[in-house]
Design a protein around this ligand. Structure first.
Ligand code: WT7
Length: 655
């Protein structure tokens, strides 16, 4: 982003100048009722984090709270615990009969599963996984729809000390294959299919295709979700239900070292190879349970909490599975689309279950705005007392709409900034304490030290803009990239020296020290709250026989967020026709998944390149966003830009 763009964005954000102090009635009952916790945590952050770790159940206590700084920090040294035990066993005596998940299938089935029932199923499945050869330290791949068996599978792995690698069900076979191979998984857990917008998503079919290219896979566990007939490989495929029936309920939770790996989760970087983000047990669980309790003000006895993300992303790992279960709270788990069978599906769920807290993404909120207020208007949403947002900057208009039409004009809205890498929310309001400003994620969570630096690595101070940094480690932070420590150091700890973590986001600090996030500053796009690298989409495009060269950029739009625009040079003998356009879009969907499908494609004879042949994506971004072009003096083929600009003037968006 150029500094001019930064200013424009800030200007747009500041047009909504209203602020919202927490209502007294909220503060009075809040888990964190006043600001003293900030002072406490700033004065002695390690002691604050220690107090948060003490909320968990440890088999053996730690000797030291923390050792080391970025990039090599370790927390709760020699402490022993198990995540599955913390999410299940320790709640049994006090609240075994409490519902852990109200599950709702897209076609309409309902299943409420209590903590005791969840515990039993997890134990049985964990025991069965042992019989398939899963051991402490293994990585198990999971490719499931949003069904109860997904958290069950994750917790069963955690119980044995095996790490899970959950792959989002919307990813295609090749993406699954690469992730399985990167981690060397022996076992894959999948389903015959899932439901999305009335259609069956054929997960088993994709899994079969993927596994053809995965030499390490020995067993594929299959959950029967749809009951459709699927291909079955004798000796390799195993039925989930019969495994659970045979598994023993006596399956002790393995004591894990605080720093032992809990899971790996892949996210896009600036190269074609996804990064396996490694999270560990003690610090991660401390961070997610603390933030979940305090930012969402969780009252486990009375709240019905709904994080409407997919568990396949980090939001679901931290705020559908580990945070809520560690806190013993009741959650909604919904399988399908928000507009199936009608555009009021979410609101009817909120009414029926009396949901009190809703956590979703700006892209969903903007879609609801587009659909109109009549859909939420049909339902009683008065049970809601708190709303959350995550995934990308929320435009003030969407923030205000969310509070007004979903929150009944009364609920606080917490905008939460974090990443797959931080594991837990790092910047957010505390709803009983913070005066909210629509569009700002407000302040670092207690114990988190964030700042905004300029290129030279100096703090910009209040009123300045630059790059977001974290200057002190936090327990929930990832520890490395699986199998690639060098990439870990190069990606995150090179810009400002190794003591400073660089998340890749632009930010501004206002006069009150509030943080305003301004989007990614690298070649990573944020599409509907999901991270996709330009490089991955380009690789998928050039993989098609008709494509000679491709450059991909994210086009920012204040309401829509970011959409993918591809500039494609066809090979000799191919023309940039409408047919080719839709074929290329489908091709990307097939290789990576629908989320990566370019919204628009511009065919061009050449791409703007520097004299050394590097494609100037920055200029293409200017074109896509209809801006004045930046510096073009280093281009070897400047005239092509006029042609591209002309063709892009009427960029149309196929829906
Ligand atoms: C990137 C992380 C964290 C869960 C979902 C995405 C952007 C995330 C916000 C927010 C502005 C945000 C950042 C970040 N982002 N939340 N509240 N305001 N930007 O996880 O895929 O790891 O992506 O999403 O750019 O770096 P992720």
């Amino acid at each position: 982003m150029s500094s001019k763009d930064v200013e424009k964005t800030i200007e747009a954000l500041l047009q909504e100048r209203r602020t919202f102090a927490p209502p007294n009635s909220f503060s009075e009952q809040a888990n964190i009722p006043d600001a003293s916790v900030y002072e406490e945590a700033t004065r002695d952050p390690d002691t604050w984090w220690e107090s948060q770790a003490e909320r968990l159940d440890w088999f053996e206590k730690w000797d030291t709270v923390r050792e080391g700084e970025f990039p090599k920090h370790r927390w709760f040294i020699d402490g022993k615990l198990n995540a599955s035990h913390n999410c299940l066993d320790r709640h049994l005596s006090s609240s075994g009969d409490r519902v852990a998940y109200h599950w709702i299938g897209e076609p309409g089935e309902k299943r409420s599963i209590t903590y005791s029932e969840l515990h039993e199923e997890v134990c049985r499945f964990a025991d069965a996984l042992k019989s398939l050869g899963v051991r402490k330290g293994d990585v198990v791949s999971i490719y499931l729809p949003m069904i109860v068996e997904l958290p069950v599978a994750m917790l069963a792995c955690a119980r044995l000390g095996a790490a899970h690698s959950v792959v989002f069900g919307g990813f295609a076979a090749e993406a699954l294959r690469d992730r399985i191979n990167d981690a060397g998984c022996k076992v894959l857990i999948t389903a015959d299919g899932g439901y999305r917008r009335g259609q069956i998503v054929p997960l088993k079919e994709s899994a079969d295709t993927a596994v053809k290219g995965c030499p390490t896979i020995e067993k594929v566990v299959v959950v029967r979700r749809t009951g459709e007939n699927v291909n079955w490989v004798e000796g390799r495929d195993v039925d989930y239900r019969s495994l659970v029936q045979d598994g023993s309920v006596d399956c002790e939770a393995e004591p894990m070292d605080s720093e032992d790996m809990l899971f790996v989760l892949y996210t896009s970087g600036t190269t074609g190879k996804p990064k396996g983000i490694v999270h560990i047990t003690g610090g991660y669980l401390t961070g997610v349970s603390s933030t979940h309790r305090n930012i969402f003000d969780i009252k486990p006895d009375t709240d019905v909490y709904w994080c409407a993300a997919d568990i396949g992303w980090v939001t679901g790992h931290s705020y559908i599975v580990y945070g809520p279960l560690a806190n013993g709270c009741t959650s909604i788990l919904y399988e399908g689309a928000p507009d199936w069978p009608d555009k009021d599906r979410w609101w009817s769920i909120i009414e029926e279950y009396g949901v009190t807290i809703l956590y979703t993404a700006p892209t969903a909120i903007r879609t609801f705005m587009k659909w109109g207020t009549e859909h939420p208007g049909k339902h009683d949403l008065s049970s809601l007392r708190l709303l959350g947002s995550v995934g990308e900057p929320i435009n003030p208009e969407a923030w205000v709409w969310y509070q007004e039409f979903i929150g009944g004009g009364k609920t606080p809205v917490v905008d939460t900034w974090w990443q797959t890498e931080t594991g837990a929310i790092a910047i957010s309001a505390l709803p009983g304490v913070t005066t909210l400003k629509p569009g700002s994620a407000t302040k670092p969570y207690p114990g988190v030290f964030a700042d905004v630096f300029n290129d030279a690595g100096e703090p910009v101070g209040r009123g300045g803009g630059g790059y977001l940094v974290l200057t002190r480690p936090l327990p929930s932070m990832f520890r490395t990239i699986l199998g690639d420590e060098q990439r870990y150091l190069d990606t995150y700890f090179a810009k400002y020296g190794e003591k400073v973590y660089f998340p890749g986001d632009g930010a501004k600090l206002d006069e009150d020290g509030y943080f305003w996030l301004l989007g990614r500053v690298d070649d990573v796009m944020n599409v509907a709250g999901h991270r996709i690298s330009t490089y991955e989409v380009e690789s998928a495009l050039v993989d098609h026989p008709a494509v000679a060269e491709a450059a991909v950029v994210g086009r920012k739009h204040p309401q829509e967020g970011e959409t993918i625009v591809a500039f494609v040079t066809p090979r000799a003998g191919y023309d940039g026709t409408e047919e080719l356009l839709s074929e290329l879009r489908d091709h990307v969907a097939k290789v990576i998944g629908k989320i990566a499908r370019p919204r628009s494609i511009v065919f061009t004879d050449d791409l703007p390149k520097t004299r050394s042949g590097k494609i100037m994506r920055r200029l293409l971004r200017d074109v896509a966003e209809g801006r004045e072009l930046g510096d073009v003096t280093t281009l070897q083929n400047a005239p092509i830009l006029d042609e591209i600009r002309e063709k892009s003037a009427t960029l149309t968006d196929p829906e």
